[in-house]
Design a protein around this ligand. Structure first.
Ligand SMILES: [Zn+2]
Length: 355
């Protein structure tokens, strides 16, 4: 890790100490963060762990964070692409996601029976619809649900790679994309920082190893800048993805050894185990090989992405600044609801980035 990142981590540690001494508008027993958010009507309980409704104030913050991220990346001239939160099953199969995270994937099934099948479905349903919330329901009605050709998007950047591949060879300067999507991960939890459906904003870089590594370093710095401006304590740390199974440990160790993934961590619901709000990922030529993405000189393209966890960052703001947004620190309010441009321009100038 180079200097700017180390410095950012040190500054954040200072801020963290300050926050704990002077402010602490939040309860120390943070198992209750979820309850407090639900009680305040900021998150809406659906009855299912990890699936929430969002209130106006929550959505407003997500939207304004999103605008700040756009400003932060204005000089990237990224191609903005938006996809629904589903992708083609074929592309998903080819992506090797199931090799690494079979337990997190979400497939979309639909009734594909005939009239008789429909009757059976209704009969099975009839047996369960009136039973109480506390009783386990049979899933017999799903007998005739068959996989559709769609699956739920696991990460906002996934639909981008097959699309880039289809366009043919990259230009000399490679390519940068801007994606935003709801993503799905099947990991029910009462930690509000671990939702099953959440939004991820990403910038994705496709090009030579140098282009891609420069991009990732730039975004480690810019991500730190943003979270610093939001008045949140954080640290940047080496990380690994939660690869599945016995073989997963080896893959995770190798990912760490090669320093492919960094995370920006903020204490959210569990103070002793901070939550990854941003991640900075270098995939080497993994996606380039899979999808046959070629650089201008015909070499396999490398890829990297920076992901902003929109819900997690929003939750971190509530956790550290309290539930009343009117009472949030002036600079945080300015960044979200005021003149964000001047704060971001100043911050970028301090980083020494030529915007
Ligand atoms: Zn990504």
């Amino acid at each position: 890790m180079n200097m700017p990142t180390e410095q950012a981590a040190m500054i954040s540690a200072d801020e963290q100490a300050q926050t704990q001494e002077t402010q602490a508008p939040y309860d120390k027993s943070d198992v209750t963060l979820r309850d407090r958010l639900i009680e305040a009507g900021i998150l809406l309980d659906t009855g299912e762990d990890g699936l929430y409704g969002r209130s106006e104030v929550f959505e407003d913050i997500v939207e304004r964070l999103n605008q700040a991220i756009t400003m932060l990346g204005a000089d990237q001239h990224a191609e903005v692409l938006r996809f629904p939160p589903a992708m083609r099953r074929r592309d998903f199969e080819d992506s090797e996601y199931l090799k690494s995270f079979p337990n997190l994937a979400g497939t979309i099934h639909s009734f594909q029976g005939n009239d008789r099948g429909h009757h059976r479905l209704l009969e099975a349903l009839d047996k369960i619809v009136h039973i109480g919330e506390e009783e386990e329901r049979s899933d017999d009605w799903m007998d005739q649900q068959k996989p559709t050709r769609l699956v739920l998007t696991p990460a906002a950047c996934y639909p981008i790679y097959p699309l880039v591949a289809k366009r043919g060879k990259l230009a000399e300067q490679g390519a940068i994309f801007d994606a935003f999507s709801y993503c799905f991960r099947h990991e029910p939890s009462i930690d509000p920082g671990r939702m099953q459906m959440f939004r991820m904003r990403e910038y994705i870089r496709v090009g030579s190893p140098e282009q891609v590594m420069d991009f990732r370093q730039k975004w480690i710095e810019r991500g730190s800048l943003l979270v610093g401006l939001l008045g949140l304590p954080f640290e940047i740390d080496l990380a690994n993805d939660p690869f599945f199974g016995r073989g997963g440990k080896i893959v995770a160790d190798s990912q760490r050894e090669q320093q492919l993934k960094f995370e920006l961590l903020v204490p959210v619901a569990t103070p002793d185990r901070p939550t990854a709000c941003l991640s900075f990922n270098y995939h080497q030529d993994h996606f380039g090989e899979l999808w046959h993405i070629r650089q201008a000189d015909d070499q396999v393209a490398h890829t990297a992405c920076v992901g902003f966890g929109m819900e997690r960052t929003t939750l971190a703001l509530f956790r550290h600044h309290g539930l009343d947004v009117e009472a949030w620190p002036a600079q945080v309010r300015q960044l979200l609801w005021g003149d964000k441009a001047s704060l971001i321009e100043q911050g970028l100038a301090n980083l020494g980035n030529k915007a």
